[in-house]
Design a protein around this ligand. Structure first.
Ligand code: NOJ
Length: 561
């Protein structure tokens, strides 16, 4: 690996001690997807009381914080990312008092709570959108959204050629109050998710107030949905290209709907508000922006605290690519005084236990179903464990997605009729979408719905073979994926890996090898087993060593001198 520098230290200002306000710098944050975590009332949809009742799992696992995907009132056109009331709780998830109880109970256990904020669009069921439709063209109510007259005779054509991320045009036409065919409104996602106009002062004021509301309710931060999308290029110019799903483009080709300079001023105003609260309240950007330097701009000292590292999530399983993305991420974060973040799975991507079982170099699939090329399940899990152990040895903050600590794969045989992700319909059944990563998770092998709830009900069918992944089949079982995560999180904390620094060690083309504080970390990507370095004590491993005591293919080890 010619371009690898043999020894390269990251500057020491990454090793900021995790003082109370800096808790996020080295935190492990666990994503809860509320509808699929735990169902208290047996209706087949997870809920807030279900989460509260299962918080013990998070403390046993050893994470620092949880992030809740949206639980707000919503028609659920995009599983809650279509918010009709930013201050409430949808009855399917419980009541506001359940949110208070959850926050309080998490805090009592020493867990921070991050909620999801969806500022790019509201639901079409939001009172503002209803008011916009009723008030007609040119009204202040319409000015909160992006309404335009159509092009062509009779305004029958959309105002520009933008495509929606979920497929089809990014514009829908409304019927005016007098019954005539009317203006068009922009929705970068589903038609049920009209984009807000962030040039509008009322929009800006409203979101500051929403932030304030949840801060007063005690939350510790916000995961900001589509953070790279709020501001659009002013002329709404045609783009001429297909929508690159959730991609922020490149320096050569920056789409007019993503990563515009104007977003940064919004985040500066939010940061100023958060900084008036004690305890380190944080903002985390969901921004599909490349390259890493461009993403780093979101985490300048007066903007957000963190941004998800999707370049890392998408890197292929080779020593060269993993080295390159880790090195680049460390440098980019350091250039703005931030700490890097790492993530392998979330509710929008194929779970990494399945993704990594596809041939190396396969482009990131948008869902996998019956009829699609299938991953090698065993290989996927083996690599996923190696990848997770590598990730948890890196300095900075790591995000886990519920179920990955069980080695949970994608539901690869979900019947297409059961799919609920709008992607499936809007892509004309060409992209299966994200449901396979969202299936309710298994807790108890022999209980109805694997212990997800008290009944068999489950809003997406669970695969018949998930008993082996259930938590109760893995707890206290040496070598289980759950115990591998638990040990890794304990060691990570005890040895200060999250606040350490990466020092690259001599590696070949097939091996990634670095030091972080007292620990040396080695991942074998090659076809042959590699010997343990001389004098090394084996601290932890993602799989057993071979009979000669060597590190087999697709295994990560943590070593102590
Ligand atoms: C990103 C969210 O993670 C995803 O689930 C959602 O569909 C889009 N943003 C639109 O809100």
């Amino acid at each position: 690996m010619g371009r690898r520098r043999p020894v390269q230290s990251q500057p020491s200002d990454q090793a900021v001690p995790a003082a109370a306000d800096n808790w996020w710098r080295d935190a492990v944050i666990y994503q809860i997807y509320p509808r699929s975590f735990a169902d208290s009332d047996g209706d087949g949809i997870g809920d807030l009381p279900g989460i509260t009742a299962r918080l013990e799992h998070l403390t046993e696992l050893g994470v620092d914080a949880l992030w809740l995907s949206p639980f707000y009132p919503s028609p659920q056109a995009d599983a809650g990312y279509d918010v009709a009331d930013y201050r409430g709780v949808d009855p399917i998830f419980g009541e506001l008092s359940d949110a208070y109880a959850l926050i309080e109970s998490a805090h009592r256990r020493g867990l921070k709570v991050i909620v999801d904020l969806v500022p790019n669009h509201t639901s079409s069921a939001h009172p503002w959108f209803a008011a916009a439709l009723a008030a007609g063209p040119g009204s202040p109510e319409r000015a909160r959204y992006i309404f335009r007259d159509g092009r062509g005779p009779g305004g029958d054509e959309p105002p520009n050629d933008w495509q929606s991320v979920f497929g089809g045009p990014a514009w829908s036409r409304v019927t005016e109050p007098d019954g005539s065919p009317g203006q068009w409104y922009l929705h970068l996602f589903d038609p049920a998710q009209p984009d807000l106009n962030w040039d509008n002062d009322e929009v800006r004021a409203e979101f500051l107030d929403i932030l304030r509301t949840w801060l007063e309710r005690g939350v510790d931060g916000f995961r900001v949905d589509v953070a790279h999308g709020l501001v659009k290029q002013a002329d709404l110019a045609d783009w001429h290209y297909p929508q690159e799903t959730l991609s922020g483009g490149t320096d050569q080709r920056r789409p007019p709907m993503w990563d515009q300079e104007g977003v940064h001023e919004i985040y500066r105003s939010w940061r100023a508000l958060l900084d008036t609260y004690p305890g380190g309240k944080i903002l985390v950007a969901e921004a599909w922006v490349q390259p890493a330097e461009r993403l780093a701009a979101y985490t300048r000292p007066d903007e957000m605290h963190q941004a998800f590292n999707f370049e890392y999530l998408q890197a292929s399983w080779t020593a060269a690519d993993q080295y390159a993305v880790i090195d680049r991420s460390l440098a980019a974060a350091d250039s703005v005084g931030a700490t890097p973040t790492w993530v392998l799975s979330n509710h929008d991507v194929v779970r990494h236990a399945s993704r990594l079982g596809l041939p190396v170099g396969t482009p990131r699939p948008n869902g996998i179903g019956i009829g699609d090329p299938q991953p090698d399940v065993q290989l996927g899990l083996r690599r996923a464990r190696a990848a997770s152990l590598l990730m948890l040895a890196l300095p900075g903050s790591a995000y886990l997605y519920q179920g990955e600590e069980l080695g949970l794969p994608e539901h690869l045989r979900l019947p297409d009729e059961a799919r609920q992700d709008p992607t499936w319909e809007r892509s004309g059944h060409t992209e299966r979408g994200r449901d396979g990563a969202r299936v309710p998770i298994p807790w108890e092998a022999d209980a109805p719905s694997y212990g997800f709830g008290p009944t068999d009900a489950s809003w997406l069918p669970q695969p018949g073979v998930w008993a082996e992944f259930a938590l109760d089949r893995q707890r206290d079982v040496p070598g289980s994926t759950y115990e591998m995560y638990r040990t890794a999180l304990r060691l990570r904390r005890d040895l200060g890996l999250g606040s350490g620094a990466v020092q690259w060690l001599e590696s070949g083309d097939e091996v990634l090898f670095f030091r972080n504080g007292p620990v040396r970390v080695l991942t074998n990507f090659g076809a042959e087993a590699v010997p343990l370095p001389e004098g090394a004590e084996l601290l932890h491993a993602s799989g057993p060593l071979d009979t000669d005591g060597n590190v087999p293919t697709d295994v990560t080890v943590w070593l102590r001198d």
